[in-house]
Design a protein around this ligand. Sequence first.
Ligand SMILES: Nc1ncnc2c1ncn2[C@@H]1O[C@H](COP(=O)(O)OP(=O)(O)O)[C@@H](O)[C@H]1O
Ligand SMILES: [Mg+2]
Length: 265
Amino acid sequence: MIRLENITKVFNQGTVNETTALRGINLHVREGDFITIVGSNGAGKTTLFNTIAGTYFPTGGEIYFNNINVTKMPEYKRAKFIGRIFQDPLLGTASNMSLEDNMMICYKKGFKGLKISLNNKMREKFREELKLLDMGLEDRMEHNLQLFSGGQRQALTLLMTVISHPDLILLDEHTAALDPKNAALILDLTDRFITEKKLTAMMITHNMSHAIKYGNRILMMHKGEIVLDIEGEEKKNLTVDGLVKKFYDVKHEELTNDELLMSHE
Ligand SMILES: Nc1ncnc2c1ncn2[C@@H]1O[C@H](COP(=O)(O)OP(=O)(O)O)[C@@H](O)[C@H]1O
Ligand SMILES: [Mg+2]
């Protein structure tokens, strides 16, 4: 479905601030893959998403979507088939609009070209979908989103992303700004949506146990490279200690990032 061939990304090339964020990434994401991604700060995880989404063009290499070369396709065009969720709950939804208006925008995105407007039938549909979140939001459809909590906003962003039927969902530490209870709730919701609707998704997390628990495939990134790519039975049987050991076996380096190692749980 998505193929990255020898992707490199160099920032500020030729200056004293030159940084190589991606070093020859080769990756084939298959339809239905739910890939979790871990790696220390600065490993290139967000840059990988930015190159897939077209926020930046790579310095070298090619990107294919269903065998179409999209390497130079601008971000707004790719946004039609890529849904992206960020750490900040305020980014996914429009604060000054009501919940139902926000949902309507997503619907229109999901059913391209279909002439639909907000009527009672649509409202009933939204109500049913909001019930899936189990937060009582189905009774607050006329409220402006600025009245909702971070956890509620992130749950809505997730729901609306799913409604818009993207071919690929990119989640970049989308629970990191939430308290532990809401983070767990959003994570379970994410897993439920992706699994039940058989979506293709990539999820960055700094929590290694979450990365192991969710998805069918785990990538570890380190200094701009994918150093581990584990799936199937091997992924199912993985433990945090096992992951740390595998990293050592390939890199002959200890994992040093505190954030990554402290999030054992
Ligand atoms: N827009 C940018 N301009 C310059 N350097 C950047 C930019 N974005 C990322 N980098 C650098 O690229 C490297 C990888 O960053 P990033 O992809 O954000 O890592 P991660 O998400 O794994 O923490 C870091 O060294 C970072 O400073
Ligand atoms: Mg990042």
